[in-house]
Ligand binder design. Structure first.
Ligand SMILES: Nc1ncnc2c1ncn2[C@@H]1O[C@H](COP(=O)(O)OP(=O)(O)OP(=O)(O)O)[C@@H](O)[C@H]1O
Ligand SMILES: [Mg+2]
Length: 255
């Protein structure tokens, strides 16, 4: 089982869109895939058609991965909004994750919850776990980086976004440098997102990003990507022939 964190502390760079498309592409390939929504905003959960905080999820959400008395296996729900059988699952988020973060911060052993949960998921034959990280560098993101085999960094190709790449790379380096954190963590690569090939500043930023790390693929700006927010279906399913879907399918082959 491979655990991949989709991380960047910058908001709105397509972490969630990337998570859903890559996870769905892998599930379509026939892999058994789990997505964990680590963001209290619950965008990924909403994108799959599940309402964060609804009653049936109480006791069965990301919040419960931070409670050692709970069995992580109980928190994985099958994603029903796309036509696959027993391939794509999600641990939904809960608005209370924000409070959980404060509580986890107060603990001594606070960085191993997601790693421990992933060890349980490995027993259920998952091939991939995708961790959709929130836009910060807090303790939940540290938990994700400690659990991850690899990190994918989506970066919007505008000026302010690309400048944030160094910050997330520093955080990954800190986790790698600490034997008790995750010395084996690797950066799988960067995905420039919402790219506009006709804009000079986008082209300039793409060439800077190429020097900062391996480019896994370039995802153009397109309504095919954002439509999924409403429809509950990622571009790789709703518009498989779109440029966005093709880019995500090609990236999925690399991971
Ligand atoms: N290739 C694309 N073209 C156009 N719009 C896109 C593309 N990818 C993502 N978007 C849109 O950009 C917005 C931000 O995307 P997304 O929610 O995936 O980012 P995020 O990094 O997860 O945000 P947050 O930091 O809030 O978690 C969404 O409305 C999404 O639909
Ligand atoms: Mg997000």
């Amino acid at each position: 089982m491979k655990v991949i964190a989709i991380a960047n502390q910058k908001g709105g760079v397509a972490k969630t869109t990337t998570t859903y498309n890559l996870a769905a592409a892998k599930a379509i390939e026939g892999k058994k895939v789990l997505m964990i929504d680590l963001d209290a905003q619950g965008s990924l959960t909403i994108a799959t058609g599940i309402e964060p905080g609804e009653e049936r999820l109480e006791g069965f959400s990301t919040v419960d991965l931070f409670n050692p008395k709970k069995d992580p296996a109980d928190t994985a729900f099958e994603v029903k909004s796309i036509p696959l059988k027993e391939k794509l699952f999600i641990v939904p988020s809960d608005p209370n994750l924000a409070n959980t973060e404060n509580y986890v911060n107060s603990l001594d052993e606070k960085i191993y919850f997601i790693k421990d949960a992933c060890e349980v998921f490995a027993q259920y034959d998952f091939d991939y776990v995708f961790l959709d990280c929130p836009p910060n560098l807090g303790i939940i993101v540290t938990n994700a980086l400690v659990a991850a085999d690899e990190v994918i960094i989506p970066v919007k190709t505008d000026y302010l976004s690309y400048r944030g790449v160094e910050l997330i790379k520093d955080s990954i380096e800190k986790v790698k440098a600490n034997k008790r954190m995750n010395p084996d963590i690797k950066v799988a690569g960067i995905i420039p997102t919402m790219y506009r090939g006709n804009a000079n500043d986008h082209k300039d930023i793409l060439s800077i990003l190429e020097k900062k790390g391996k480019i896994l693929g370039i995802v153009k700006e397109s309504v095919a990507a954002s439509k999924g927010d409403v429809d509950g279906v990622p571009a790789v399913v709703s518009e498989p022939r779109s440029d966005v879907a093709k880019a995500y399918y090609d990236i999925a082959k690399l991971i």
